[in-house]
Design a protein around this ligand. Structure first.
Ligand code: ATP
Length: 509
């Protein structure tokens, strides 16, 4: 067989007599075909069966040898492949091992980060509590002077004589230097009266300046405190401008700014593991009746305490909306503003004739290893109706307005009494005397921070009302400063299985 194979390899033995050593049929180890070199080049006609029997046998046996050797080669190849695959597998296993350990590292790093986050959150809340507690007074009074409106400037209305002594103190007198008279008819001594507050905003103060001072209170509502912000002042003094503002970003009031702030804080707190739910309602108190500003159908609304401790209340038939975005809240705010009762007064063509109460309930939850903790803060933003001096020489416009003006003045007087009683730390606080104070009872005093934004007109013709407002506001501010140790706000804490509701007390204690 070996000899024959050699012979076959030596030359082509087809019948054409080709006998070439480089014939294709030899190099490809195939039987001679039509395409064989020898046939193409030589006489193809005589070559129907190019290989002799002898050659066929030689080729078959040579093929068997070749198959055996090619199988050996295949086996060798397979072996090599197996080796390389085993190596690859080993490498993959190693990589897997590395990944697993890296995963483990990441998990422990993640855990460390979470612990750090928790610590940071605790520190942040401690610091915030410290700052909030440093605010000391549960009731603060900011005084804001509005500038002359373009119309008033055109009419060249005289300004009263105001001196801004410092950030907290002002002196006010008549433009001609004569003695002023208060609304109640008492002559105020001296050509200029001095008043001090927690903060005074001059006419050039922007909405952003006012919000900067307010934002800490909003923050404390996010942390679980109850907060009430009132815009108080005579009609046309700038309450609605302060609370609602205008549509441009720069002139936006406290309400839209608060909404924006809450949502940006929520985003920040999300990174520390907190999730928030916001519920909002908008109502007005007009002629001592509650009106739902988000409901077009008139309904009867009653104030009911949720618990017998007087810590929370609800208003029947009131729409409470869950808010998911600042835009959604702005939309409700716009609806409420649109539905609010307005009428012309002596000093304001579009005077708010009702008290607007925008309430946001901020419920924060954080899941920890020990269970979950929750904070509930209520933020009440109140744009009060403007008080109006009712005299025979300055009657309110139509008769219908007289009743409204009387209701407004009575409810404002009642609110004034409640805030005065709280500022003096009196035991009895007359919450029950009006719907407005009943509605705000759980959110005033105790676990709450109250801010009165006292708005004043700069016009000389409003000086008597201005002096009355200033006297009332500075009385409250000074009572809070001098009434000794301040009762710490006691946050609302509710415990449920594995759930703790807290203000900021655990950190405080
Ligand atoms: N800080 C301010 N800067 C510029 N304009 C102001 C400012 N405050 C008030 N105004 C303007 O003064 C006018 C009266 O203000 P606004 O309607 O807010 O008073 P109000 O106290 O809400 O009155 P009312 O109690 O009658 O509703 C408006 O034209 C308002 O744009």
């Amino acid at each position: 067989v070996r000899k024959r194979r050699v012979r076959v390899r030596d030359y082509c033995r087809c019948k054409t007599g080709c006998r070439r050593t480089n014939c294709k049929c030899i190099s490809n180890r195939i039987k001679c075909t039509e395409n064989c070199d020898c046939q193409l080049e030589k006489n193809a006609a005589g070559c129907n069966n190019p290989f002799s029997q002898e050659n066929d046998e030689a080729v078959d046996s040579s093929n068997a040898t070749e198959t055996a050797s090619s199988q050996e080669a295949i086996i060798a190849n397979l072996k090599a492949e197996l080796i390389s695959k085993t190596e690859l597998n080993n490498k993959l296993n190693k990589l897997n091992e590395d990944l697993r350990s890296e995963n483990e590292d990441l998990r422990s790093e993640n855990e460390e980060l979470q612990n750090l986050n928790q610590k940071m959150d605790k520190e942040r809340r401690k610091l915030l509590h410290y700052v909030i507690h440093e605010m000391k007074d549960n009731i603060k009074v900011f005084c804001r002077w509005r500038p002359r409106t373009p119309e008033e400037t055109k009419q060249m209305k005289a300004l009263c004589n105001i001196s801004f002594i410092d950030d907290c103190t002002i002196e006010v007198g008549k433009s001609d230097g004569s003695d002023a008279m208060s609304c109640s008819g008492n002559k105020l001594q001296g050509t200029k009266q001095k008043f001090s507050f927690n903060k005074v905003f001059a006419p050039n103060a922007s909405q952003a300046d006012v919000f900067e001072e307010l934002s800490l209170l909003v923050q404390s509502a996010i942390e679980g405190y109850n907060v009430c912000v009132f815009a108080y002042g005579q009609t046309g003094s700038g309450k609605t401008y302060t609370m609602e503002g205008k549509s441009e970003l720069e002139t936006e009031g406290m309400m839209p700014r608060t909404v924006r702030y809450i949502f940006s804080e929520m985003e920040h707190l999300k990174r520390l593991g907190w999730k928030y739910r916001i519920e909002a309602s908008f109502l007005e108190i007009y002629n001592d009746n509650i009106v739902d500003l988000l409901d077009s159908e008139p309904k009867t609304h009653e104030i009911r305490m949720v618990d017998n401790k007087g810590q929370d209340l609800c208003v029947s038939n009131l729409q409470i909306k869950e808010i998911h975005s600042p835009e959604e809240l702005h939309e409700y705010l716009r609806t409420a503003q649109h539905n609010r009762e307005v009428a012309a007064t002596q000093s304001n063509k579009r005077s708010s004739r009702s008290h607007l109460v925008a309430r946001m309930r901020l419920i924060g939850t954080r899941v920890t290893k020990q269970g979950s903790i929750s904070t509930i803060g209520n933020l009440n933003l109140v744009d009060l109706a403007g008080c109006e001096r009712l005299t025979t020489e300055r009657p309110p416009s139509p008769n219908r307005e007289l009743a409204a003006a009387k209701y407004i003045n009575t409810s404002l007087a009642n609110l004034g009494n409640v805030i005065l009683a709280l500022s003096k730390k009196q035991e009895h606080v007359p919450y029950r005397n009006s719907k407005l104070t009943r509605l705000l009872e759980p959110y005033l005093g105790g676990n709450s921070k109250t801010l009165m934004l006292l708005n004043v007109s700069p016009l000389d013709e409003h000086l008597n009302e201005t002096l009355n407002s200033l006297k009332f506001g500075s009385n409250i501010a000074n009572n809070c400063k001098t009434s000794g140790s301040i009762k710490r706000p006691s946050p609302r804490i509710e415990k449920r299985k594995n759930v703790t509701y807290l203000g900021v007390s655990p950190l405080r204690d």
